[in-house]
Unconditional design. Structure first.
Length: 123
């Protein structure tokens, strides 16, 4: 599952590591996104693994319920009418740890453009 939130971009999959049956692996391309996820879910920051040889160099294993509650609470907290503008406003807020970088905002815009033009035929 690919998910964009104001905290970052996540790829979440089943965790197949022995001992983590039923858990999920929340993966990210940058550590700040996972740190924001961990803070919001009260997951210890030292659970974040660094895996530079993988396509997602940062990951954290959590119980399935932690991810489900994060997605649910993030959806409940929506108070904006334009996601890209909301993320840009957070990024420009001085001293905000919630803000995405300019590079991440540009990447989100490129993803939006590709999905706008390529996901389905336009009417």
């Amino acid at each position: 599952m690919w998910t964009f939130t104001e905290d970052g971009f996540f790829s979440t999959v089943e965790d197949y590591v022995a001992g983590n049956e039923g858990g999920l692996l929340v993966r990210g391309r940058d550590v700040k996104s996972l740190e924001r996820f961990c803070v919001k879910t009260k997951t210890p920051l030292d659970w974040i693994q660094t895996t530079p040889e993988r396509d997602y160099p940062f990951r954290v294993s959590v119980p399935r319920e932690v991810w489900a509650e994060y997605v649910q609470s993030t959806a409940r907290d929506i108070d904006y009418n334009d996601f890209k503008s909301h993320c840009k406003a957070l990024a420009s807020y001085a001293g905000s740890e919630a803000g995405l970088t300019s590079q991440q905002l540009m990447a989100m815009g490129m993803v939006w453009a590709v999905m706008y033009g390529e996901w389905a035929e336009r009417p």
